[in-house]
Design a binder for this molecule. Sequence first.
Ligand code: GLN
Length: 253
Amino acid sequence: TGVPVSLIKGVLNVKSLTLFHFFPDKLNLYGDRGNILTLKKRCEWREISLNVVPINKIDQASDVPLSQADILFIGGGSDREQALCTEELKKIKDSFKSAVEDGTPCLAVCGGYQFLGNYYQMLSGEKLEGLSIVDFYTISKENRLVGDVLMESETFGKLVGFENHAGQTFHPYETLGTVIKGYGNNKKDKKEGLVYKHLIGTYLHGPVLPKNPSIADFLIGNALDRKYGQAKLADLDDSWEHEAAEKVWSRYA
Ligand code: GLN
């Protein structure tokens, strides 16, 4: 009679993380949803359950209990879609900033990345207010920056992705890496993305995480560490991902 001890231990050992996915119905360009699938799979392979909470509508700040989130994700969108989300995101400006300051891992891609700053100026000249989590701005320019991106990152190694944005971002923070092919943040700096605490902003679609598992594990590892005080992640076999990245590098670099 009774439940076997091993089973009880197994149940108690299961770690679980909660991810808030902002506006999956609007901010979902170029396969950004694949980032969620990657996080889910990489957690599952390590027997961690990842509970994904879609946030499609924000009537008031209390609709989004950010203190319950272990990972935050915002994808990219067209200017039209971004404009639709601005008013709602504004309502959680303070709690979003507190969550990032408190070390909650966050990935923000392209339009989502632009939302992290003070404002995003569209081609029309109209400015969309940002979350002001980090002190920067983004301005749209006539010629879009489009194509494959190769970059080198001290923390994450060789990274690959795809960019398509009119906005050019300027900031003084640590970047994700140095651009070898493509543009990244803007046409001048040859730098891509932003890293602040456990927040990563990037222009890389593709989606970014299946192609660059080191970034996925940065998010998962820091989320686990923050929640359970244990960051050691079991290694996974990423040889396919590395092989694919090497192929792209050998073609361009
Ligand atoms: N609308 C933004 C721009 O064009 C972001 C586009 C995107 O998310 N790919 O700069």
